[in-house]
Design a protein around this ligand. Structure first.
Ligand SMILES: [Zn+2]
Length: 336
């Protein structure tokens, strides 16, 4: 019997006595090999617009304003390497405008080989701040200051690709956000072969969730690439390929040829936020893994079990060290 014939189960249920479940052993952090070195961004920090890290090129012809952003998280520098390569090559769009932006330069400047995870941000996660109401709050934060300086720029963007990578092992994917337009853009890019449509995190809106990109009347579209493990050579290679295909799909540089395969689309149905400081997965689940059976216990969160609500449930980016209030995993159904 397939999950289509059964009611989804609640994701949370009281855990039986611990002795009846597998003893939770927190997964260790993966062993990191830094296969790619952080780029020298010194030639590009100033930008060419008056806003640090923001580079803009105008074809002088009508067309969309297309943007590629990198370094939302300071230790995810594969995307920054690709932007620096484009800048060195002297990119020029054949129509409209092209902008390349290094987002969290302050966090990137703190990158340290000995503590490669510590430079994700300075004060708070920059990718939870993309709402004007959030920015109006008088909170001292390096990331809020930076987002305030850039949000007006994003109000002019028609097509955006935001470049990220992942800490934990996972298949690469494109997050299309909640909008059909984002999903359509991801299909046009065509790779990697998994598109995940979701409505974001409890902690606050991502850039792809920013009002401009989720309001149909603006026509603006945005996707977020999660290209693979932060410092893997394969992540850099895939980022190059996806940026090239994005620029082709937007018809500003090169062209996006058909990939010959249709990406799978998975819809996030649940965003599991850790309620305790001890959420622990029962094993080292990999992102993109599909759990065949409804009701499979995947994690313990204090007194509660986290269970798959339906058959063939895809685990999106399990975070094996989720802090309380942070996303531990998203659960998705493959819909196409
Ligand atoms: Zn990221």
């Amino acid at each position: 019997m397939t999950s289509a014939g059964r009611e989804p189960l609640p994701v949370r249920a009281p855990a039986p006595r611990l002795s009846e479940t597998l003893p939770p052993t927190p997964p260790r952090l993966p062993t990191f090999t830094l296969e790619i070195s952080p780029p020298d961004l010194s030639p590009w920090v100033a930008g060419n617009t008056g806003v640090p890290g923001l580079h803009q090129f105008d074809s002088g012809r009508p067309g969309p304003h297309v943007a590629v952003s990198a370094l939302m998280h300071g230790n995810e520098y594969a995307g920054a390497i690709v932007l620096a390569e484009l800048l060195r090559a002297g990119v020029t769009p054949r129509r409209g405008k092209l902008s390349l932006v290094f987002l969290n330069l302050a966090a990137f400047a703190r990158f340290d080989f000995e503590r490669p995870i510590a430079s994700r941000f300075v004060d708070e996660d920059m990718n939870r701040l993309w709402r004007r109401g959030t920015l109006d709050q008088p909170v001292a934060s390096s990331e809020r200051d930076r987002v305030r300086s850039l949000i007006g720029f994003f109000d002019t963007i028609d097509m955006l690709l935001d470049l990220h990578s992942m800490l934990w092992p996972s298949d690469p994917l494109v997050l299309s956000g909640p909008s059909e337009a984002g999903c359509a853009l991801a299909r046009e890019i065509g790779t990697p072969p998994l598109i995940v449509s979701d409505s974001g995190h409890a902690g606050g809106p991502r850039l792809i969730d920013y009002e401009r990109f989720v309001t149909p009347s603006t026509g603006a579209r945005a996707c977020l690439l999660e290209a693979g493990q932060h410092w893997a050579a394969a992540t850099l290679a895939l980022t190059r390929k996806v940026v090239s295909r994005f620029l082709g799909a937007c018809d500003v540089i090169g062209s996006a040829e058909a990939t010959g395969t249709r990406p799978r689309v998975a819809e996030v149905t649940e965003c599991v936020t850790a309620r305790t400081t001890s959420l622990t997965f029962l094993r080292n689940f990999r992102g993109g893994e599909i759990i065949p059976l409804q009701g499979t216990v995947i994690a313990l969160d204090g007194p509660e079990e986290i269970r798959t609500p339906y058959d063939d449930c895809m685990l999106i980016m399990p975070n094996h060290r989720a802090a309380r209030g942070h996303t531990a995993v998203r659960l998705a159904r493959v819909v196409a």
